[in-house]
Write a protein that binds this ligand. Structure first.
Ligand code: NAD
Ligand code: MG
Length: 395
């Protein structure tokens, strides 16, 4: 008999949130939803409350939370509706919660994700921005509060699966030569620099293999997503930047690889469907059904590999730069990227202006050390202001 695990889903109405609920629904004997959270999507949250009957539903936005309260009462649902970032922290750290799916998009996820780690929860980490902004501080909190960290990002989940069962935290000690981080190359893998100048948000969001939220879709198109993932890899697996090789693999069937000193390369393969890494982390160390169909090798037929092109995708270079600089720079990179992506999606600047805005912001900010979460949040705010000033000058 399994004991039923209580889950909090941060970002339940998003792409990862919905895939997580799909896995939860397949295992009513294993998982119960304790809390669902989102930004302001009342309709979707109401549907999820009806279906999963959580104890708490949190909407960041107070007006939306009020509407949700009215609707849940009208339907006679026994759910407590809360709002605000403190409430996100409360449901992420509640004593009755076993595991927290951290799937809020962007820097907004950092405080509740930290709250879950501080409370010693099992943290299922999709919100890579937390590790990019505050990698060292977050890993220290995980360790000192005896939290468990399981990666949801498909590449990092694949690396986790390809590492030794008892990974020491030191690549060399475990006979690991390097990590091969795969990337689809996104929708503009074959586009020329001049073609990139005129791409639209709709084109940037149309990923060839994965169905994702808009922010990460644009990140995939600029390859900033891979840059953020290099930083994520660095912190999760204590891997020096030169031990992380990005490999373009357009089919997105191999989700990443670990190369050992004897020449062996271990990989995790599967259909590009986030329910696989989600189910892997949720069931860990057991394997549970995810609803993902078998990988049809005859259909796949061919696997291709290419080196990344840093001239067409400078965001990847900027991320390696921020990782090498350390201190506040990864947080600056992340915040400037969030403003850049938002501005591009709102039609206020071109696709190729994204790396320019980030680079200029990184050059304007003075590099410094950061030791606390408040330092990180301050760097985040500072970069947003500088990026917006840049936009005002260039729009
Ligand atoms: P999404 O945009 O589909 O969903 C985001 C969720 O966060 C929604 O529930 C939204 O209501 C909530 N949210 C947004 N802003 C918020 C705020 N300010 N405060 C509180 N909640 C807020 O995003 P997604 O594609 O599901 O991605 C979520 C995270 O997972 C991102 O960090 C992304 O990088 C990571 N990730 C996603 C995928 C994928 O396939 N979608 C794969 C790997 C990693
Ligand atoms: Mg990924």
């Amino acid at each position: 008999m399994n004991t039923i695990r209580q889950l909090t889903l941060l970002g339940s109405t998003g792409s990862i949130g919905e895939s997580t609920l799909d896995v939860v629904a397949r295992h009513p004997d294993r998982f119960q939803v304790f809390a669902l959270t989102a930004n302001k999507s009342v309709e979707k949250m109401l549907e999820q409350c009806q279906r999963f009957q959580p104890r708490y539903a949190v909407l960041l936005d107070a007006n939306s939370a009020e509407k949700l309260t009215v609707e849940t009462r009208r339907m006679g649902l026994d759910v407590e509706v809360l709002s605000g970032v403190e409430s996100l922290e409360t449901v992420a750290s509640h004593a009755e919660v076993d595991a927290v799916m951290a799937a809020i998009v962007g820097a907004a996820g950092i405080r509740p994700t930290f709250a879950a780690a501080r409370a010693g929860k099992q943290v299922l980490l999709a919100n890579k921005e937390t590790l990019v902004m505050a990698g060292r501080i977050f890993m220290d909190v995980v360790k000192s509060h005896h939290a468990t960290l399981l990666p949801i990002d498909s590449e990092h989940n694949a690396i986790h699966q390809s590492l030794p069962e008892r990974f020491s935290g030191n690549l060399a000690e475990d006979g690991i030569r390097r990590i091969l981080l795969t990337a689809s190359g996104g929708p503009f893998r074959c586009s020329s620099l001049s073609e990139l100048e005129n791409v639209t948000p709709a084109q940037a969001c149309a990923h060839p293999n994965w169905d994702m939220g808009r922010k990460i879709s644009v990140d995939s198109a600029t390859m900033m997503n891979k840059g953020l993932e290099v930083i994520e890899t660095h912190w999760l697996f204590n891997a020096a930047p030169e031990k992380i090789q990005v490999v373009i693999h357009p089919q997105s069937v191999i989700h990443s690889m670990v190369e050992y000193v004897d020449g062996s390369v271990l990989a995790q393969l599967g259909n590009p469907d986030m329910r696989t890494p989600i189910a892997h982390a949720m069931g860990y160390p057991e394997r549970i059904e995810s609803g993902v169909s078998s990988l049809d090798m005859f259909e796949v037929a061919q696997l291709d590999f290419e080196a990344p092109d840093l001239a067409r995708f400078p965001c990847l270079k900027l991320a390696y730069q921020a990782l090498a600089d350390g201190g506040n720079m990864p947080a600056i990179l992340n915040a400037a990227n969030e403003i850049a992506v938002e501005s591009f999606l709102e039609g206020r600047m071109s696709f190729t202006a994204i790396p320019s805005m980030i680079e200029q912001t990184m050059q304007t900010v003075t590099q410094r050390d950061i030791t606390t979460l408040d330092d990180v949040l301050e760097a985040d705010m500072q970069a947003r202001e500088i990026a917006l000033e840049w936009l005002a000058r260039h729009a």
